[in-house]
Ligand binder design. Structure first.
Ligand SMILES: Cc1cc2nc3c(=O)[nH]c(=O)nc-3n(C[C@H](O)[C@H](O)[C@H](O)COP(=O)(O)OP(=O)(O)OC[C@H]3O[C@@H](n4cnc5c(N)ncnc54)[C@H](O)[C@@H]3O)c2cc1C
Length: 313
């Protein structure tokens, strides 16, 4: 078969490099007490997003937007495929309970350290006396505030004894010849695991959106913040800023919320209340204000915008 273009006439392409990311290649960013995230490899940059978008708009398209404007347009309008042109490969060290949440993100490529094949990593995540979080009352999945450090100190001692004992039993099983795949079964979830994790920028933004959020568990939030603020910000700074502006820090309004906000902004609290009642956010008699998540989330947004909450006055 004949090549369509000879090597001599083919366009010579330079591999895209991002100097600020090259500088931190392989450098571990510490997370929690013994975890880390480090960049192993990457493909693409802000430039690749622009390049992919321009291809999809057709060869004849003129350079209408500046790169920044185009990337921000793509982000605003959920034109997501150009972001998939960028790939990031990380090496992560994470406690197993945190990894269990992490691995739920299916749109990534993963290879994890095998405790069938190798002896489990001899490191567990430990909790300092002032780091024991209390169960949140309003949110069954969350925590709020801390245990007093004296009680925390006792829990930390217990934690250490438990982790040491389970490690001792694990190693005893191995010494007696038990298979690694079975010996590991009683290791605590605080045991660190390691993995290579590769993901494209679109799916990484999805991950970061969910896991940098206040509702995500503290531990995975710490990893996500490092990936976002220390790595993605250096790798694709324009896309990162667009993500912060239009996704992560953006506020969205349902059509119901939008109607209510319009009435409040027009100085018409009675209309806002009637709308809230007619759309089920408030009970008709307003006497017994039962918990309503949708209403509470709207109230939070109103507070953030310094707008009055008409049914509270
Ligand atoms: C605060 C919080 C609390 C959570 N609580 C729980 C919980 O209590 N119990 C629980 O089980 N999980 C829980 N999760 C996990 C959550 O439900 C998701 O599994 C996880 O966040 C991964 O999200 P994802 O599926 O969107 O991501 P990915 O798996 O990375 O997928 C990205 C996107 O690809 C698409 N996609 C991927 N696979 C499929 C598919 N098979 N079919 C169709 N579309 C697909 C979807 O659009 C998806 O959003 C929680 C997550 C968060 C952030």
């Amino acid at each position: 078969m004949q090549a369509t273009e000879s090597t001599s006439t083919a366009e010579k392409l330079e591999r895209l490099r991002v100097a600020s990311l090259d500088e931190i290649l392989g450098v571990p960013f510490k997370v929690l007490d013994d975890g880390f995230v480090r960049v192993i490899d990457y493909m693409g940059s802000d430039e690749s997003i622009v390049q992919a978008a321009r291809v999809s708009y057709g060869k004849g398209t003129k350079k209408v937007h500046e790169d920044r404007g185009l990337i921000r347009y793509l982000m605003r309008h959920w034109h997501t495929t150009p972001f998939e042109m960028c790939e990031l490969k990380l090496h992560v060290r994470v406690p197993m309970d945190c990894w269990r949440q992490w691995i739920r993100h299916r749109m990534a490529n993963v290879n994890e350290y095998s405790t069938r094949y190798s002896v489990a990593i001899d490191a567990t995540q430990t909790t300092a006396p002032d780091e024991w979080r209390l169960q949140a009352q309003g949110n069954r999945q969350g925590s709020a505030g801390f245990l007093d450090p004296e009680t925390g100190g006792r829990l930390t001692d217990e934690e250490r004894r438990l982790q040491e004992e389970s490690r001792r039993i694990y190693e005893e099983r191995l010494a007696k010849g038990v298979a690694r795949e079975q010996a590991r079964k009683d290791l605590p979830l605080s045991t660190y695991t390691e993995a290579y994790w590769k993901i494209d920028l679109h799916n990484l933004f999805h991950f970061l959106h969910l896991r940098m959020d206040d509702h995500a568990q503290y531990e995975i939030r710490k990893y996500s913040e490092v990936i976002g603020y220390d790595i993605v910000s250096k790798w694709c700074p324009i896309a990162w800023q667009a993500f912060l502006d239009y996704r992560f820090k953006a506020k969205s309004f349902s059509s119901i919320e939008f109607e209510i906000v319009k009435h409040i902004a027009a100085g018409n609290p009675d209309a806002a209340i009637s709308t809230a009642i007619s759309l089920g956010l408030l009970p008709a008699d307003r006497k017994e204000l039962k918990r309503n998540r949708e209403r509470e989330e709207l109230e939070e947004k109103l507070e953030q915008m310094n707008l009055p909450i008409p049914w509270r006055t």
